[in-house]
Design a protein around this ligand. Structure first.
Ligand code: NOJ
Ligand code: CA
Length: 586
């Protein structure tokens, strides 16, 4: 136990909640909902297809809102639903104020927001400020205009280097493999300037030094806030600002001096965004997608006048190993404490290998852009660990993200036919990177055969990516009647999370245990224990079990399992539950 963690957790308290309030009254004020929210990520294309064309849409989501209410989520985050040529699954936006016709209409989005709200579910939309689609009117105008024109000033157009200007302006490497520059063609057919794209060529980077770029995005925020959305998820939030000299990337850039990542001027932008959000009477939140190895720099984005929260990818990137996970939890809590922001806990999203597969592989570590193909996978092991990980995350202080299908225990689809893969990461790497299609396969809802109720029964079109046949046992229909299923576990877990005051506001205190066991109390009356050791461990007799991710045969907690306990006595310094110290005391 480190005092730092206890103090760190205390820093998560809301302005209105305090550790010394009597039990039961230590609840967050309604306007602090985001501090402990359960947020469900909907990848619209693959959630549910209402009109039978094999592509998920808003009608499909509307038909499943009750499912999400029954699951117990507080908010839905929609990945981009705007007009897009889908060069990068919608992260190439051609019109930020209109819904892609394949998904529906703006009117339907407004209805969906209202219907979700009536069920107590808030809506979060994705904004993509770093780049636009190459079909966006601004970029089309820039291509049509001359070098040095105001239209080109909203992007990063540069002449090439070398004698014929045929060398790229710099050697930055794309997040999507390959180069970050594409050369344009002049109206007379001769080669022209180059433009910058940190991702694919269809996603030109905006120039955030340009006042119109800043004003436009604040207007887009207002557009969606005016339609009742409760928050925005900010795509690639640490990349927007570039060093205008576009220099090569130093081997070891000093903090804030990387030419395209985590530059200090970003904080000015997000203070402006926070002012927009705070201008609404009810709370509207900003959630950053920030991949940064330096957790102190990460936490700077969460200062009280900047973003409300940001995805904590450190935990997601760790192997299934108690020492590393404990360290991740500690450093996360400690880094968030000084800025008073709640951490977030994320096991998966539309960019990463599904946890059932990841945790079923020997090397379970993961980082963006390092998917592995052809690794032997034990799905049963992965499923057991995923159940344990879900309960571990749900017991930690802060908000929790669930990516669609995680609650069903879906595995990564690793054998998609090459011709059906759409992810630019796959194509730009020449197939070396399997890409992210495998975690984006349409959900199985019911029935014994594909499309498993994803499309209406009369639909002739097949789902846009093929579903594996073994998902027959992972449909919502199959799982909801099975008390041992992943879905039943998630429902039960979220019900307990919602009703336990200590899970909303209680401090986290590590309990004495072996190094391969993660045991902690939240407040005085709730304990979570995860066994990552290879052998079962005894649970303390002075506690009753609220929920377990695996059978507790003989009162033992098996390897790769989590249990939530109600201690018989309040967990104060001298009365802590103790757990077996196999593998050395912690
Ligand atoms: C992060 C998104 O999550 C990912 O799907 C996308 O490809 C990149 N940003 C670029 O927008
Ligand atoms: Ca459809």
């Amino acid at each position: 136990m480190t005092d730092g963690v206890l103090e760190a957790a205390a820093g998560q308290q809301s302005k209105t909640a305090s550790a010394d309030m009597p039990k039961g009254t230590r609840e967050l004020a309604a306007d602090q909902w985001w501090r402990r929210a359960v947020i469900y990520q909907v990848y619209v294309r693959s959630f549910a297809d209402g009109n039978g064309d094999g592509i998920g849409d808003l009608a499909g989501v509307r038909s499943k809102l009750q499912y999400l209410a029954d699951l117990g989520v507080d908010a839905i985050w929609f990945t981009p639903w705007y007009v897009s040529p889908l060069a990068d699954g919608g992260y190439d936006v051609a019109d930020y104020r209109a819904i892609d016709p394949a998904f529906g209409s703006l009117g339907e989005a407004e209805q969906l927001i209202a219907e979700a709200k009536a069920l107590g579910i808030r809506t979060i939309v994705d904004v993509v400020p770093n780049h636009v689609s190459d079909q966006h009117p601004w970029f089309q105008a820039a291509l049509a205009a001359a070098p040095g024109s105001p239209e080109r000033a909203r992007f990063w157009f540069r002449p090439g280097r070398g004698k014929n200007c045929d060398e790229m302006p710099n050697a930055w490497v794309s997040n999507f493999w390959g180069t970050t520059w594409t050369r344009t063609t002049n109206p007379d057919g001769t080669p022209g300037e180059w433009y910058l794209h940190l991702f694919s060529p269809e996603q030109p980077d905006l120039n955030w030094d340009h006042p119109e770029v800043r004003a436009e995005h604040e207007a887009v925020l207002r557009f969606w806030f005016d339609r009742g959305v409760a928050g925005v998820r900010i795509d690639s939030a640490a990349l927007l600002v570039k060093d205008p000299a576009l220099p090569e990337i130093p081997a070891e850039p000093k903090p804030g001096e990387h030419p395209n990542t985590d530059r200090d001027d970003l904080h000015v932008i997000y203070r402006g965004w926070r002012a927009v959000a705070d201008s609404y009477p009810d709370e509207r939140i900003l959630v950053g997608e920030i991949w940064l190895p330096d957790i102190e720099r990460f936490a700077k984005y969460l200062r009280p006048d900047e973003l409300h929260t940001a995805f904590n990818f450190d935990f997601l990137g760790r192997p299934w190993n108690a020492v590393g996970l404990r360290e991740s939890i500690d450093t996360t809590l400690i880094a968030h404490a000084p800025v008073g922001a709640p951490p977030t806990w994320v096991l998966s999203n539309h960019d990463v290998t599904r946890p059932v597969t990841r945790y079923g592989q020997e090397d379970t570590a993961f980082a963006f852009a390092t998917k592995r193909a052809g690794t032997p996978t034990d799905l049963d092991l992965g499923r057991r660990r995923s159940r344990a990980a879900a309960m571990l995350c749900a017991a930690l202080p802060g908000s929790l993200y669930i990516y669609q299908g995680e609650e069903l225990g879906l595995d990564e689809v690793q054998d998609l036919p090459a011709e059906q893969r759409q992810d630019p990461m796959y194509h730009r790497s020449g197939g070396a990177d399997p890409g992210r299609d495998g975690c984006r396969v349409p959900l199985p809802w019911a029935g014994a055969e594909p499309p498993f109720g994803f499309s209406p029964p009369a639909a002739s079109a097949k789902p846009w990516l093929p579903q594996p046949r073994h998902w027959a046992k992972l449909t919502v229909e199959a799982e909801q009647g099975d008390p041992g299923s992943m879905l039943s576990l998630y429902r039960h877990m979220l019900r307990i999370r919602r009703s336990e005051p200590d899970l909303a506001c209680g401090d986290l205190r590590w309990l004495p245990s072996g190094a391969e066991v993660l045991a902690f109390a939240r407040g005085e009356d709730f304990v979570s224990v995860t066994n990552l050791s290879p052998a079962p461990i005894e649970l303390p007799a002075e506690a009753s079990v609220l929920l377990a991710s695996a059978d507790l045969a003989g009162g033992l907690l098996p390897s790769d399992a989590t249990a939530w306990l109600r201690p018989d006595r309040p967990q104060t310094e001298d009365r802590l539950l103790r757990f077996p110290t196999v593998g050395g005391e912690c």
